[in-house]
Design a protein. Structure first.
Length: 589
């Protein structure tokens, strides 16, 4: 640019005359732009992605990108890069003890293969936090790292090819559900689950009227009622054995509807039974949407409401709180006792959920020791045994026994010096034996063969898979296994049984929708254990059977993610594990 007088305004290169030069009356000329030089050396097409990934890895190492982690150390491991610029994973376990010296690990490779930081953050909080409980030097096995690295590159190449060579068809969610279908699902829900514990605070007739009134411009429902309504529809859909051609679109519609209402509902939440019930529903719905952070926050709201409604102090005037004992000289009014039993029942499930979040997602306790005074309820709530509530009662008793064992484990690992005692592994063996005794006493696998509806089946499934997961965590938490170059036989065997049983149940149910939350809460650890064992030591067992079950779960999540984009990152991780396992099998032949 040249001008008749010096100016301090930089040319903004608009043609034929830039507006800055025009504003000051200056002549505006340009030197011709230099053409970008052609590539000095072309990289073969098949190696382009690999080269990009290698360069990005070097850049990340140089910038120490993975140190920028927002998650607290007491919640789950922090990802970092070592000061020597070597890609590494530094593990901070929930109880505060450090893993072996930082080395490049499988988790780092998986997260580095995903460039979107929001996706990486979602996976840290929903998926990889599970591994704090089963960490082993085995996951730093170079063979595992190379196999996962190659699988991620292959997946990325396939996705790039799909984008370049195909037209992406957008999946449109439904705009609503027919009134007849909505009424059917509401009736299914009320007919199936008539139990005093977690009894819905709205009458059936009111729920049935909502579908007619939603379209009325003269009627507005608050967010709490809408959250409950759409969750009841969702539960009714899950209980309905009939096939629906647009089932995936319906699930997408209901999940997004509920998630879209969440912000407004939380901002208006009050300490009412209706809001407590909405919180119970939305904890599950948030997990179904692969959002454990939101689910945990809603659990916090549920605890606040329950505390305000007296759920934490049902037996505050009695010294036996927290025990299996019941009140001998309780109130003579049966209605009052039923109400107390209902609160006790719901409180203990809140406590169990708090423990599950502590174990699965590394969260701090929302219900600390000493903050409650609640006896165990009569599991029938009313004191009247009914065959229709048999599985509800079994589930309560078995799951609460497991919760008490889990509380002991969480207390043990939360005390750093507890890990240094020579009795630590003996204590873990005792916890393992208790879980095995619970499984032996209640035989959930046998109970599964006697269920006649999906609700009872779910109760048995929850006991079974909770037990499997706790056994895996306890075996892997023993000091003798944490630093091993191999996964213990018991850990791998239980993980395999968990996956096989889960696949059998999910495959044999007509028109099932078991959901993503089942995999997030119960099956991710088994999937990771079995996959890594196949990659690291394929000669130790029948790889074909393990590969088949891991592939099945990968395809299950892939199908779900086709209609729900928020599940795509979870699908990518499972696909990478299945592909790496398959490639390792081929390479060993």
């Amino acid at each position: 640019m040249t001008s008749r007088k010096p100016i301090s305004i930089r040319c903004n290169r608009l043609n034929p005359r830039c507006d800055k030069c025009e504003a000051v009356g200056a002549e505006c000329t340009y030197l011709p732009r230099k053409q970008r030089s052609a590539k000095q050396s072309a990289i073969p097409d098949k190696d382009v992605l690999s080269e990009i990934l290698r360069r990005l890895d070097r850049l990340e190492d140089h910038c120490m990108i993975d140190q920028d982690v927002e998650h607290p150390a007491d919640a789950y491991r922090s990802m970092s890069t070592d000061s020597d610029n070597a890609a590494s994973t530094s593990i901070v376990l929930p109880h505060g003890s450090k893993s072996p010296p930082p080395v490049r690990g499988v988790v780092h490779i998986m997260l580095s293969g995903l460039r979107d930081e929001s996706t990486r953050s979602l996976l840290r909080s929903n998926v990889f936090c599970h591994l704090d409980n089963v960490w082993s030097r085995f996951f730093e096995n170079e063979k595992c790292i190379q196999a996962v690295e190659a699988a991620l590159v292959e997946i990325a190449q396939v996705e790039i090819a799909q984008v370049e060579n195909t037209t992406v068809t957008e999946v449109h969610a439904l705009s609503g559900i027919p009134k007849e279908t909505a009424s059917k699902w509401i009736n299914t829900y009320y007919d199936t689950y008539q139990f005093e514990g977690f009894r819905i605070p709205f009458e059936r007739s009111f729920m049935l009227s909502i579908s007619d009134l939603l379209d009325s411009p003269h009627v507005q429902f608050d967010s709490t009622i809408q959250v409950v309504y759409y969750n009841v529809l969702f539960q009714g859909l899950l209980l309905d054995p009939e096939p629906y051609p647009k089932r995936g679109g319906i699930i997408q519609f209901l999940c997004r509807k509920c998630m879209g209402l969440t912000e407004t509902w939380v901002s208006q939440i009050r300490n009412t039974p209706a809001d407590l019930f909405a919180a119970f529903f939305m904890m599950s719905m948030a997990l179904e949407s692969c959002n454990s952070e939101l689910s945990w926050k809603i659990l916090g709201h549920a605890c606040t409401i329950a505390r305000a409604l007296g759920y934490f102090s049902v037996d505050a005037d009695h010294p036996m709180h927290g025990n299996l004992s019941t009140l001998i000289d309780g109130p003579s009014n049966p209605e009052i006792e039923v109400e107390k039993n209902r609160k006790r029942f719901e409180f203990w499930h809140l406590l169990r959920t708090d423990c599950l979040f502590r174990l699965s997602f590394g969260k701090p306790a929302l219900i600390p020791e000493g903050s409650w005074a609640v006896n165990f309820p009569d599991p029938s709530i009313t004191g009247v045994d009914d065959e229709s509530t048999r599985f509800v009662q079994i589930h309560f008793l078995a799951s609460m026994r497991l919760t008490l064992v889990l509380l002991r484990y969480l207390d043990l690992v939360s005390v750093e010096q507890g890990l240094a005692t020579p009795q630590y592994d003996e204590t873990m063996d005792g916890l393992i034996k208790e879980v095995q005794t619970i499984m032996s006493d209640w035989t959930p696998e046998e109970l599964l063969t006697t269920t006649t509806n999906r609700t009872d089946t779910w109760f048995c499934v929850d006991i079974l898979f909770s037990s499997y997961k706790m056994l895996i965590v306890f075996y892997q938490s023993k000091k003798c296994n944490q630093s091993s170059q191999f996964l213990p036989y018991h850990t791998v065997d239980i993980a395999r049984r968990s996956l096989q049983m889960s696949q059998s149940i999910m495959s044999s149910t007509p028109h099932p929708y078991w959901g993503i939350s089942l995999i997030l809460l119960h099956q991710f650890i088994p999937l990771f254990i079995v996959s890594m064992d196949m990659i690291g030591s394929p000669e130790r067992h029948d790889v074909e059977a393990d590969l088949a079950v891991v592939t099945w779960f990968s395809q299950f999540v892939e199908t779900a993610s086709q209609e729900r984009g928020e599940l795509k990152s979870l699908s990518t991780i499972l696909e990478a594990m299945a592909l790496a396992s398959r490639n390792a099998k081929v390479g060993s032949q």
